[in-house]
Write a protein that binds this ligand. Structure first.
Ligand code: ZN
Length: 358
């Protein structure tokens, strides 16, 4: 596979303004290059595209849910040229305090050492999935994914891995336990698949009135209850159906402070709440005595573990129920429309998840 001297990239030069540029592909001193096949669009990408993240430095190449083939390597990557991999978004310097603690959010590069977040002024510039090539930093973590599935489906490894970390690993989910997922987006659906796969006895999902198609998919994937939170009282609906309170509640909503109250209210005493959604960088006031009185475990979740990626890359290739989860595809030049679609601006009918494919 010959690596060209430059790559087409959709640069986000300011909120909502994408420009097509050619960026140089320099032979790296370390690491390698990935020829991108597809990139999944996430809610976080939409947030940055809209200008809703204060820490973002423009211009940058968006996209952190990348699938591609190894195009060149200095030998530090454990793959041969042509191997198809998914790339974990996070990079790890290994020496900063967060890396040493084994938690997400390495600050070795600013504002955050992660694909789709670094400005393109940081050499070698190609740090995002909305481009033909991605620089493979030597610290990048890659997972081989089957050649037998489509590239767009392979992007779903990313939300599936997040679902595994959030609904299984962090709450230490046991077989036979019950899980309520707030939010039926790709990561919420990932939570459903992962929790069912880990032997959960019952999984429920809530969404808004625009989420009808996603809730239907959740049912198909094994959710025992789906709730329209726009018209129904979620705790009452869960109590009616389950007859008790769930062991685990995962908040995977998009920028919805109310969901946190619902989660704390809904979960059983001694249960676990996983907060996997940010609230627009705004303070949220809540009744903290509830955590004490119910003796809850509350964990913040950011990103997915490497073990979760390994599980998800295997699951995606073997579970035919997942084949239709990427509902919308756009070419690179139509990245703006892809972001609009993921934001629900092109309508919610049949919207499950969105990918840009090459
Ligand atoms: Zn670090």
């Amino acid at each position: 596979m010959e690596t060209p001297s430059q790559a087409k990239a959709m640069l986000l030069v300011e909120p909502k303004r994408l420009r097509c540029h050619q960026l140089p592909i320099r032979p790296p001193d370390h690491g390698g290059w990935l020829a991108i096949e597809a990139n999944g669009i996430s809610g976080a990408d939409v947030q940055i595209w809209k200008g809703g993240r204060a820490d973002v430095v423009y211009p940058l190449v968006l996209g952190h849910q990348v699938v591609g083939r190894i195009a060149s390597t200095d030998g530090s990557l454990p793959h041969e040229i042509g191997t198809r991999v998914v790339v974990e978004p996070e990079l790890h310097c290994g020496v900063c305090s967060r890396c040493r603690l084994g938690i997400s959010g390495c600050r070795h590069r600013r504002p955050i050492n992660s694909y789709g977040r670094l400005p393109s002024t940081e050499p070698p510039g190609l740090w995002g999935g909305l481009a033909e090539y991605l620089y493979l930093d030597p610290s990048s973590r890659t997972h081989v994914v089957s050649d037998d599935i489509t590239a767009e489906l392979a992007t779903f490894v990313h939300p599936l891995a997040a679902g595994y970390t959030w609904a299984v690993e962090l709450p230490l989910l046991q077989s036979g336990q019950t899980v309520m997922v707030l939010g039926p987006g790709p990561r919420g659906l990932g939570c459903v698949i992962a929790a069912m796969g880990a032997g959960a006895a019952w999984v429920g999902v809530s969404g808004l009135d625009v989420d009808g198609d996603r809730l239907e998919v959740a049912s198909r994937l094994g959710a025992k209850l789906t709730v329209n939170a726009t018209t129904e009282d979620v705790p009452a609906a869960v109590a009616d159906h389950l007859g008790t309170r769930p062991d685990v509640v995962v908040d995977v909503t998009s920028d919805d402070p109310e969901a946190m109250f619902t989660a704390l209210d809904l979960v059983r005493s001694g249960g676990t709440v996983i907060l996997a959604s940010t609230k627009g960088n705004r303070p949220v006031h809540f009744f903290s005595d509830l955590i004490v009185q119910k003796q809850l475990t509350v964990k913040g979740a950011l990103g997915a573990s490497s073990a979760a990626y390994t599980w998800a890359a295997s699951q995606i290739a073997t579970d035919p129920r997942l084949d239709d989860l990427v509902s919308h595809q756009f070419p690179l030049e139509e990245s703006s429309r892809a972001l609009q679609a993921a934001a629900g601006m092109l309508g919610h009918d049949e919207l499950i998840s969105v990918a840009v494919t090459f």
